[in-house]
Design a protein around this ligand. Sequence first.
Ligand code: B12
Length: 234
Amino acid sequence: MSGPSAILARLSDALAAHGLFIRGVVDLDASGPRPTLGDGSTARAVALVGPIGGSLWPAFSRWRATQSDQGGPHPLDAWSKSILTATAQIFGATAYFPSDPPYQPFQSWAKQAEGLQASPLGILMHPQFGLWHSYRGALGFSHPLDAPVNTRDTVHSCDHCSDKPCLGQCPVNAISVEGFDVRSCRAHLATEAVQAGCMQKGCLARNACPVGQAFRYPGPQLRFHMQALGPAPE
Ligand code: B12
């Protein structure tokens, strides 16, 4: 078997050892932007790859401990690249990474693949995993992957959340219905007082979301992401 479903099954197996999952598949038609493949041609499909809850943390931590520089200034990106560049080669695909400009539209792809919608934090809300999921890369293919057409009416949990506890938790009101004010968030993260709050416990607004609590990241991972978001550069 070598059709799209066999490719996806093999890809899924290859990712599992790293705590990563296929997080959605999109067949790209000419009506929207399509990324360029390594050989200069146009991608016809992408498979999104990422963790669910804290699934990547054990494999990432083990890898980091083997690195003389702890993985460098952007260890999670470095780890993701080490895995997905090699995986792409095996599958004749091209790897794209969320933090590499020009930014590929990861969230738009996820919306297409799974019908997800944004929470007030900007992070996509997943009906099962809540805010506790992300994307570590995408693999672009020269052929369609027979992505299931997303006919599911994915429930957008925020529409059914009347209390919206996420909106009341940020100590500097950086999260509002108008969006995420990254400047005031980072300025706050630079203060001493916050060491016991957001930097220690993770984003208080994200923590307050009642959806997918079982998938909340472990403490060390929460702190790692807060460090990465970091205080405002002067
Ligand atoms: C730039 C960026 C940021 C900037 C946002 C600046 C701004 N106000 O626009 C900063 C540094 C602030 C940021 C912060 C965070 N981000 Co961010 N970010 C990105 C990045 C690299 C590019 C976004 C972009 O411009 N895309 C280009 C356009 C063309 O793509 P698009 O999919 O069509 O665009 C969508 C997004 O831009 C989104 N959007 C617009 N404004 C904002 C603001 C925020 C905070 C977010 C998260 C999304 C978002 O709406 C667009 C339509 O869907 C993406 C990765 C990516 N390549 O998409 C991650 C990404 C969106 N971020 C992500 C995450 C997880 C975070 C953080 C939680 C990380 C952390 N360390 O805590 C925080 C959020 C803080 C919070 N509110 O709790 C995830 C979201 C996963 C998910 N479940 O949806 C992504 C996909 C990266 C990943 N590896 O998975 N982020």
